[in-house]
Ligand binder design. Structure first.
Ligand SMILES: [Fe+2]
Length: 226
């Protein structure tokens, strides 16, 4: 079983209070004290069947870029706001960009966090929920696989609606379009080409097959609320 050392970026964040002074409600300057994100580490993915060391290593480097950009954008937006430049095109564009970078960071953490081949799934509470929501495990798998095989770059995400408890397989375009509001990501599969090109060239179907065989069902189960 994979070692449970998936340190979520939020839980290992380090204090990095940017030296930014922001106008307080009383007109005074308030010193901001926010936490910078730190890239999580996933040593348990070494030797993962179906995923070469180079593929995982390159993918983790790319993920680290998202973490860096989230921190940089956060600082830039705070600086623009503090400088009274919040009504500028630059502010608006960076604000839009933030959702893309943050989505890229968090979706990668969820993706790496549900890889690793944990306990066999058929007895899990999530597998039982597949029967209720899709008819069977195989029916869920058929839909999730078809979602991941869609043309385009993005993510296949199994969500649980926190309101109704229902499960949905959704397509998230790039990192920021198509996410289901108020739903919890339970299982995340990256289908950007960088996620498989090194090992599978353009054969996305073979990559999806490898992913399905490498799911850490225990991790997915923990995200699911019965
Ligand atoms: Fe990726």
């Amino acid at each position: 079983m994979k070692m449970n050392i998936i340190a979520g970026a939020l839980t290992v964040c380090v204090l990095a209070a940017p030296a930014l002074a922001q106008q307080g409600a009383d007109g005074g300057n308030a010193q901001l004290s926010v936490q910078a994100y730190k890239a999580a580490e996933y040593p348990g993915l070494a030797g993962l069947p179906g995923f070469s060391e180079k593929l995982i290593g390159d993918h983790l480097k790319l993920y680290q870029g998202y973490v860096n950009n989230v921190n940089a954008l956060s600082d830039k937006l705070a600086a623009l706001l503090a400088g009274g430049k919040e009504r500028t095109p630059e502010y608006a564009e960076l604000k839009r960009r933030f959702g893309w970078e943050f989505g890229g960071m968090r979706l990668h953490e969820l993706y790496f966090g549900n890889l690793g081949g944990g306990a066999p799934g058929p007895g899990s509470k999530l597998h039982k929920a597949f029967a209720r929501n899709f008819g069977s495990l195989e029916a869920w798998k058929k839909d999730f696989t078809a979602t991941g095989a869609m043309r385009g770059i993005g993510w296949a995400v199994l969500y649980q609606d926190k309101v109704s408890g229902r499960l949905f397989n959704a397509w998230v375009n790039e990192h920021d379009a198509g996410q289901l509001a108020g739903c919890e990501p339970i299982l995340v599969m990256d289908v950007f080409e960088h996620a498989f090109l090194t090992d599978y060239r353009l054969e996305r179907a073979k990559y999806i097959e490898a992913f399905m065989g490498a799911i850490d069902w225990e991790a997915a189960d923990k995200r699911f609320h019965d």
